[in-house]
Design a protein around this ligand. Structure first.
Ligand code: PMP
Length: 392
């Protein structure tokens, strides 16, 4: 007999079902790409973060395989013990180069970076100021830091200024997504940097959805806005536009030194496997060498934006390949995803707690691997799906 019954799990799952909040996995039987195979059908994939279409690129796959052959399948230990492989240092140098930063430090995922870095910067006597729509990993990292967590309304710098002015915290850390993951809009980085300057706050920018996509060289929003030298921590991921896996922060060398000793999600985990690093190194070369991918993505973005705006969706602030098609209830979002699936498009319903209650949506994401005909066909299928939806 088990010591404790798990009957409560059935009740929790039934509760999630009733609220339309139960999540489930949908396995792909193909590689990642603009078209994927799901449930035995080939669907146009409009819900990945593979913005440059690199995850399935033959050159990345080969680079991953070669790195594994040269350096091993696994790193075998944490960086601080025996897992600090030469390829980690090479990748960090390339990332510091992309961001024109003093240094970079790898993390095993964006989640690890955001969960672990804040606690190395702030503690009990300090405060973290966070946009309410920041990614969940930022909220978790702020909570783990034990600093006071102060949330400000989305993009509301007036409110943030008041909160910074009123704060008695020893150190202040302002954290923001560069591109917001479920809304596709961008933080106003230049005025945000000005504000941080006036109040002596550190600025931490999560470029997860901006690296490879924004900026003249694809280095992200801080590059696009010309404020790279005013961001204290630029965090980026390797698993989205770069098509690989892992994450990093680009920082001054002295801050990297501190993180190596203090960031628990760096210290207490096995280092990234060589294959992920090899793929990321190759991706960085393609970001530099094939700017046409970025240009193509931006053309598709313009087309999608115009199409969704014409259908009454609020996409005016979108600057990224992420388009929120907000439908309101969980039931409407689920029904729309299902109807689009039947019409050949893979899009998933995004529901609370990923997005605020009442704003369940489809999060439509483009890739440079798509073409204009696919965007137009999607918009036509969306019209049909919307016509079938229950009332809001
Ligand atoms: N930050 C943001 C803004 C994200 O959207 C995500 C992933 N969805 C992460 C961090 C986490 O990155 P990773 O997937 O590499 O853990």
């Amino acid at each position: 007999m088990p010591l404790a019954s798990l009957d409560w799990v059935d009740r929790e799952l039934a509760d999630l079902d009733r609220k339309g909040l139960r999540r489930s996995l949908e396995p792909l039987s193909s590689a990642q790409g603009a078209v994927v195979e799901v449930g035995g059908r080939r669907l146009v994939n409009l819900c990945s973060n593979d913005y440059l279409g690199l995850a399935g690129d033959a050159r990345l796959r080969r680079a991953a395989a070669e790195a594994a052959l040269a350096h091993g399948a696994g790193a075998g230990a944490s960086r601080l013990v025996a897992g600090d492989l030469e390829i980690h240092g090479r990748l960090e140098a390339a990332l510091a180069g992309l961001h024109r930063a003093g240094a970079a430090l790898l993390f095993n995922s964006g989640y690890h970076a955001n969960a672990g870095v804040p606690a190395a910067l702030v503690g009990r006597d300090d405060a973290v100021f966070s946009d309410v729509l920041n990614h969940a990993s930022i909220v978790d990292g702020a909570l783990l830091s034990r600093a006071e967590l102060v949330r400000y309304r989305h993009l509301d710098l007036d409110e943030l200024e008041g909160l910074l002015r009123a704060s008695r915290a020893r150190r202040k850390l302002v954290v923001t997504d560069a591109v917001f993951s479920m809304d596709g809009d961008a933080a106003p980085l230049r005025p945000l940097a000005d504000l941080c300057g006036r109040h002596g706050a550190m600025l931490y920018v999560d470029e997860a959805h901006a690296v490879g996509v924004l900026g003249p060289t694809g280095a992200g929003l801080a590059e696009a806005e010309g404020v790279k030298d005013r961001v204290d921590v630029e965090m980026g991921t390797l698993g989205k536009a770069l098509g690989a896996f892992g994450a990093y922060v680009a920082v001054e060398a002295r801050l990297r030194d501190l993180l190596v000793s203090r960031a628990r999600s760096f210290v207490f985990t096995t280092a990234l496997p060589p294959a992920a690093c090899g793929a990321a190194l190759q991706a960085l070369e393609l970001v530099r060498g094939e700017p046409g991918r970025r240009a193509r993505l931006h053309r598709l973005m313009a087309r999608m934006k115009a199409g969704l705006a014409a259908r009454g969706f609020d996409v005016a602030r979108v600057v990224s390949p992420i388009f929120p098609v907000v439908l309101g209830s969980e039931a409407r979002a689920l029904a729309a995803a299902r109807a689009l699936g039947e019409r050949g498009f893979f899009v998933r319903a995004i529901r609370p707690p990923t997005v605020p209650r009442g704003t369940s949506r489809l999060r439509v994401a483009l890739s440079a691997g798509h073409d204009e005909a696919q965007v137009e066909a999607f918009l036509g299928a969306l019209d049909e799906a919307l016509a079938l939806l229950p009332a809001a």
